[in-house]
Ligand binder design. Structure first.
Ligand code: FAD
Length: 481
């Protein structure tokens, strides 16, 4: 244990954020880091408890608690406190191939399960992780793993999101020849064309892809497997195939007027915004418009933050469910994931610009109203009541909100059928690839959201690692992965 009294001496200090009104002027990441001394104090807050739930990654009450990657958090916390950042990096990289992603976008399941958080504020695990990995990059300590025995085995990974990247990274470290197919023009999956730049700058992904290429991974972008190339062709060429194609089929909203111009799925909108930005342009689809985001979750929040940066006239976020409590309820004890109301960066920004939280709870869309040219001009909403244990519309509660752009962020229905069909495999009723393990049969494997449903980056990485292990064992009869 680094400093036995650290948690009593030092309070939690998070990386400072640029103020909402300032940061909405651009799409840059907006957190700065602490000084080395301050970072060591934050690391000293780790109590190195007997039962470190933070690194436990277990499902409790159907929700993940602690780090799914089993990051050795107390160990690298102590090393960080002692100033041995290089050793902390070694420990971090033992379990997590991409800490630069998780330390930026993870909702920090570890911190919610930190024992220090039972009576006080939890350790700043995610910020500590970010400092360690960025120290590694700044000091050129993060290197491709090369020079290993080549196995001569060829593996195709379909999809370059965090699951596909994690599988590719581990299998190429093992000496297999890995080719990653990606239908988009850039590698990264939702890291690239879902999560906005202010949460994850795209150079962070490019930096990692470069290292993977140096390690021997081949990336083929702009190839839609199942359309541009047949599954049978891939099967013929490779010794193992991993489907890591995500769960990107969006849930639609069925309401009158759905065919109005000006209604888009959230990920399409976010992708266009990032593409414009990356091409050096200024995304402006929401400029001057009243925007309604349907869906109160994280994707919806990303749409709110993006629409504000594009100069929207107003932004409202509709959430069907009631507002969650501000504190843990009695039936949601530690170390379960806390079901509490979270105000994310986009909602903070909306409050700063428009003077109020953009969320309307227990509200859904009744009708999309068009003008005579078929363009969206307003949305009729209705309130929902849950008091009888089921959801009912509240008669007479309709409201009409002016609106020229609707962004649907109502969740995802799973994997796209054509990818499964291309390899002669099936989806479950919930749109997932149908297997209890990672092996779908023969040489076919799967990982990530395509396997478990839309989830988190950290879980997708875990999936990629576990799948790599199974595929390696299949290819060579044993695995040290
Ligand atoms: C807007 C948004 C914001 C999010 N924010 C966060 C966040 O802040 N933190 C967090 O932890 N999680 C977040 N998530 C969830 C997280 O991004 C996903 O759980 C994670 O990316 C899943 O990884 P994956 O590799 O399984 O799939 P994906 O990232 O979806 O990648 C799948 C890739 O496969 C490609 N592909 C599909 N079919 C084919 C084909 N036939 N041929 C070739 N390529 C194909 C796709 O183009 C895609 O690039 C967010 C999700 C969304 C939608």
């Amino acid at each position: 244990m680094g400093k036995p009294t650290g948690f009593m001496e030092y309070g939690r200090v998070e990386n400072a954020a640029v103020t909402p009104l300032e940061r909405i002027k651009n799409y840059n990441e907006f957190h700065s880091s602490l000084s080395d001394k301050e970072r060591r104090e934050q690391a000293a807050r780790c109590m190195n408890c007997g039962v470190p739930f933070c690194q436990n990654g277990q499902l409790i009450g159907g929700m993940m608690s602690g780090c799914p990657l089993n990051n050795l958090i107390p160990e690298w916390g102590e090393l960080l406190y002692r100033g041995s950042t290089e050793l902390a990096l070694e420990r971090l990289l033992m379990t997590n191939p991409f800490p630069e992603f998780t330390s930026r976008v993870c909702p920090a399941l570890c911190e919610k399960a930190c024992i220090c958080g039972v009576n006080d504020a939890p350790v700043t695990v995610r910020d500590n992780e970010r400092m360690i990995i960025e120290y590694g990059f700044e000091n050129e300590l993060v290197k491709p793993v090369t020079g290993q025995h080549r196995t001569g085995k060829k593996i195709a990974v379909i999809g370059s999101g965090p699951a596909g990247l994690a599988a590719a990274e581990m299998l190429s470290r093992r000496g297999h020849d890995v080719t990653v197919y990606e239908r988009e023009d850039a590698v990264g999956g939702l890291l690239m064309y879902g999560i906005p730049n202010m949460k994850l700058e795209k150079d962070v992904i490019k930096r990692r892809v470069k290292l993977m290429e140096q390690q021997g991974v081949t990336f083929k972008t702009g190839v839609n497997v199942g359309k541009d190339v047949k599954g049978a062709e891939i099967n013929r060429e490779y010794d193992a195939v991993i489907l890591a194609c995500g769960a990107s089929k969006p849930r639609d909203i069925k309401a009158e007027g759905r065919d109005a111009q000006g209604i888009r799925f959230a990920v399409d909108y976010l992708k266009d915004s990032t593409k414009t930005l990356m091409a050096g342009g200024k995304p402006d689809e929401a400029k001057g418009k009243n925007v309604i985001v349907i869906g109160g979750g994280d994707t919806g929040n990303d749409c709110v933050g993006t629409a504000i940066r594009q100069g929207c006239k107003s932004v409202t976020q509709l959430e069907m469910m009631p507002k969650l409590p501000d504190e843990r309820a009695a039936n949601n004890p530690f170390p379960e994931w806390p079901k509490v109301c979270k105000t994310d960066y986009g909602q903070e920004e909306a409050a700063a610009v428009f003077g109020h939280d953009p969320r309307l709870y227990q509200t859904t869309v009744k009708e999309f109203i068009k003008d005579d040219k078929g363009r969206l001009k307003a949305v009729k909403t209705i309130s929902l009541d849950f008091s009888n244990g089921k959801m009912t519309e509240v008669a007479g509660s309709e409201k009409t909100l002016p609106c020229e752009l609707v962004l649907i962020a109502a969740g995802f229905l799973g994997c796209e059928e054509y990818v499964a069909e291309a390899f002669g495999t099936k989806l479950t009723q919930r749109g997932k690839l149908d297997t209890d393990s990672h092996r779908l049969g023969g040489k076919l494997f799967c990982a990530g959201d395509a396997h478990i449903g839309q989830s988190l980056v950290v879980r997708a990485i875990r999936e990629g690692l576990d799948c790599a292990k199974e595929a390696d064992e299949f290819l060579l009869g044993y695995t040290p992965l």
